[in-house]
Ligand binder design. Structure first.
Ligand code: SAH
Length: 347
């Protein structure tokens, strides 16, 4: 059983050049606070010499993420299907949706993200796409079908990569999409080859946001677009150096279960993109548009089918389920923001 398949021919990766480390803007460091062995953002992050301790905790985080998704992806797919991300809803919508309504909201999230970034269906320029943190490939297959593009997805989880490839084969899409295990912070692709660089709810797992963004920019083709949709903490007010202790405490509890390092804000992403001279940088707070999502996930977890599947799936899934109310609390209290950040690489 192979965990990865060869990518579509034109995407075959060449030995990638070494990227030099980007010095993190100081604001990024101020607003992030490591809170456990897994949370590796430190004041020295971004300097050329990465300490052995930081390297091994980054490794531990990668392993934790891979195990988490190896164990929980089957359960998620069984209950929620192949999109492992929030749905996009009209704000204040009080209608309680059916399962298919939630699936539609997840597709709408993809559509709204493309629209926000200015990527339209008529656009024939989208020929190659990378799906960074691809889950079981829901976005890749959707985008490949929509644009007739070639899409390659990367994930840390071998179970996800295999399942994503199996689903592509089942949908006769293997000539267009493929998935492999690779690290978003060290992508196995040559420079400047993707017209669309897509990161749907994976940025929150990245222990070094500056390196993450720099890698996204490196693989983007001139004129190509980058879309980052991710969990953020609120922007800090002027003069504020860090989140309040109770806010940090809330995020720390979420981090432990979901294998997340320290969080950053949408402004931090914007600053990083500005520092790399990207164009047409835009961001938005879609927290209101995702509000119905976690309550709906909790409702499905509390059904008979949900509970049985949860128990079968194991401790990581159970802990994940128990953490969901904290996500709702974080949104309600304004600590957690659902952010989209998009930009274009200059020609
Ligand atoms: N984008 C997908 C899955 C989101 S879940 C979807 O919307 O359906 C988060 C994904 O990010 C998982 O697939 C996980 O393996 C991946 N991920 C987290 N850290 C990563 C890293 N450093 N490199 C590659 N993938 C990573």
């Amino acid at each position: 059983m192979k965990a990865t398949l060869a990518p579509p021919s034109s995407l075959i990766s060449l030995p990638r050049h070494k990227v030099s480390s980007l010095r993190s803007p100081s604001l990024l460091l101020q607003s992030q606070r490591p809170s456990s062995a897994l949370m590796t953002t430190t004041a020295s992050r971004g300097s050329v010499a990465v300490t052995a301790a930081a390297t091994s905790s980054a490794e531990a985080l990668r392993e934790g993420i891979a195990e988490f998704y190896n164990e929980t992806s089957g359960l998620w797919e069984e209950i929620w299907g192949d999109h492992m991300h929030h749905g996009f809803y009209d704000p204040d919508s009080s209608v309680q949706l059916s399962d298919s309504g939630h699936r539609e909201a997840q597709i709408r999230m993809i559509e709204e993200s493309l629209r926000f970034a200015g990527v339209t269906e008529e656009e024939k320029k989208i020929k190659r796409v990378v799906d960074v943190g691809c889950g079981i490939g829901g976005s890749s297959r959707y985008i490949a079908s929509k644009f007739g593009a070639e899409c390659i997805g990367i994930t840390l989880s071998p179970v996800q990569a295999k399942r994503a490839n199996d689903l592509a084969a089942a949908q006769s899409l293997s000539h267009k999409v493929s998935f492999q295990v690779a690290d978003a912070l060290d992508q196995p692709f040559e420079d400047g080859i993707f017209d669309l660089v897509w990161s749907m709810e994976s940025g929150e797992h990245m222990p070094d946001k500056a390196k993450f963004v720099k890698e996204l920019v490196r693989v983007t083709a001139p004129g190509g677009r980058i879309i980052i949709v991710t969990w953020c903490h609120r922007n800090l007010s002027q003069g504020e150096e860090s989140l309040q202790p109770w806010e940090q405490n809330l995020l720390d509890r979420i981090c432990k279960t979901f294998y997340l390092p320290a969080w950053c804000s949408t402004s931090d992403y914007v600053e990083l993109l500005q520092s790399l001279s990207l164009q047409d940088i835009k961001c938005a707070d879609w927290s209101e548009n995702v509000a119905p999502f976690w309550p709906a996930v909790i409702r499905t977890a509390l059904t008979w089918k949900g509970l049985v599947s949860l128990l079968r799936s194991g401790m990581k899934s159970i802990k994940g389920a128990l953490t969901m109310p904290l996500m709702i609390e974080g949104y309600k209290k304004g600590v957690i923001k659902f952010g989209i950040i998009t930009c274009q690489k200059p020609l």
